[in-house]
Write a protein of this length. Structure first.
Length: 175
């Protein structure tokens, strides 16, 4: 540490501090004047709309689940580490419920080994079913939750999805 501090002092002393402090003695730098950029209101509005549209398209890639589901399930099954494989199946559940393909989500759910992630998948499916107006099926999934401590919270989330979906935290509603 002492050598480092000594090297800093010597370097700063030799360079006159210019390297570290950015001072340039005797240099005449051109002055830059800032001016307020003026855009017509329509142009600014159009650029904002274009940016929003591009962001939405980038955030929601379109996939044909019917076509790729066998490949997704096959590739997830090839993952040797249980935790990573379960996460892959959970991702498949999320993508499936986001596209209202509940049979695909159910198939992926059956392959999740860890009870906590299985219950997370059930919760995501139940919320999506509730939003789709399939309340009975949603509550059947909640009744199947294996971790008792999670069941009440998940039941509340399904109730919220049915009566006040705007109150759910971001990310719980299917896209």
């Amino acid at each position: 540490m002492f050598k480092f501090i000594l090297a800093m002092i010597i370097t700063a002393g030799i360079s006159g501090g210019g390297v570290y402090y950015g001072t340039t003695y005797g240099a005449n730098l051109p002055q830059i004047r800032s001016s307020k950029l003026v855009f017509p209101k329509n142009r600014l509005k159009q650029s904002k709309q274009a940016a929003n549209k591009a962001a939405k398209l980038a955030a929601k890639p379109k996939i044909d689940l019917v076509r790729v589901m066998p490949t997704l399930m096959e590739q997830a099954d090839k993952i040797a580490t249980i935790e990573i494989r379960d996460q892959a199946y959970l991702d498949i559940v999320s993508a499936s419920v986001g596209n209202k393909r509940f049979s695909f989500a159910e198939a992926a759910l059956q392959n999740i080994i860890q009870p906590e992630l299985r219950d997370t998948a059930r919760s995501r499916m139940a919320i999506a079913l509730a939003v789709a107006g399939r309340a009975d099926e949603a509550f059947e999934l909640i009744d199947a939750v294996e971790v008792d401590a999670l069941r009440d919270v998940m039941r509340l989330q399904v109730i919220d999805a049915l009566v006040a979906p705007q109150n759910l935290p971001p990310g719980l509603l299917p896209q």
